[in-house]
Design a protein around this ligand. Structure first.
Ligand code: DX5
Ligand code: ZN
Length: 220
């Protein structure tokens, strides 16, 4: 199965977010990936739930909110009210991961968990049955345009294997450094959702980029 493509507006021009969302829609991509950064869990500050609310008003595409924030428990209510379809929190950002994942589901939103490159997949063993999405960071979070860390692909493969072993149904997503040079190995990992920031927004033809990342027209 071809992976779903989730362009990240992190690499868009923030003075024209509506244009960025229209471009994601017209390119045929599947989800909108929203990188929320708080200046504490990661150095940059991007945007908060108001941005999600405004984007919700102009698209029906699934909104994938990736919260790179400390104390995510303080944020989930406002992101749920803003209309996010997935709320993904970092395992490293909270002690009470199990509780926050349940709270996200109680708010009617699909819970996701993410881990940075230094966190092993094994640390998620106790909560995998609580999530609809596992997002593997394949770069250290904070910035677009970095190089994919190859060991992340083994983490994706392990999660695909664990899903089968445990008869679970979460999606596995990869985030960071996915582009034309890395997509072949990314696809081999069996990933379900591919996040692409710079590869999408820096492309002269984002629709063609989406086809390439899905695994078609690889030689365009
Ligand atoms: C990084 C973000 C990513 C980022 C990916 O902290 O979580 O979603 O936008 O950007 P690229 O695709 O340029 O590596
Ligand atoms: Zn992200």
């Amino acid at each position: 199965m071809a992976p779903l493509i989730a362009p990240s507006v992190l690499s868009a021009d923030f003075t024209d977010i509506a244009g960025a969302v229209r471009l994601i829609e017209s390119s045929g991509a599947d989800w909108v990936h929203l990188d929320v950064m708080d200046g504490s869990f990661v150095p940059p500050i991007t945007f908060g739930s108001q941005m999600v609310r405004d984007i919700r008003a102009i698209t029906d595409l699934p909104l994938d909110a990736h919260l790179m924030v400390d104390n995510p428990e303080k944020q989930i209510e406002s992101f749920a009210a803003a209309g996010a379809d997935y709320i993904t929190v970092h395992a490293e950002a909270t002690v009470h991961l199990h509780r926050i994942l349940q709270s996200i589901r109680d708010l009617g939103v699909k819970p996701g968990v993410s881990i940075v490159p230094s966190t092993p997949v094994e640390s998620l063993g106790e909560i995998l049955h609580e999530v609809d999405l596992v997002l593997i960071m394949s770069v250290n979070p904070g910035y677009g345009g970095q190089k994919l860390i190859p060991s992340s692909l083994a983490k994706v493969e392990r999660l695909v294997q664990l899903r089968k072993e445990k008869s679970l149904s979460y999606l596995v997503s990869i985030d960071g450094g996915v582009n034309r040079s890395t997509i072949e190995s990314v696809q081999k990992s069996g990933v379900d959702v591919v996040v692409a920031g710079s590869a999408f927004f820096n492309s002269e033809d984002p629709a063609a980029e989406v086809s390439v990342l899905r695994g078609r027209d690889r030689f365009l």
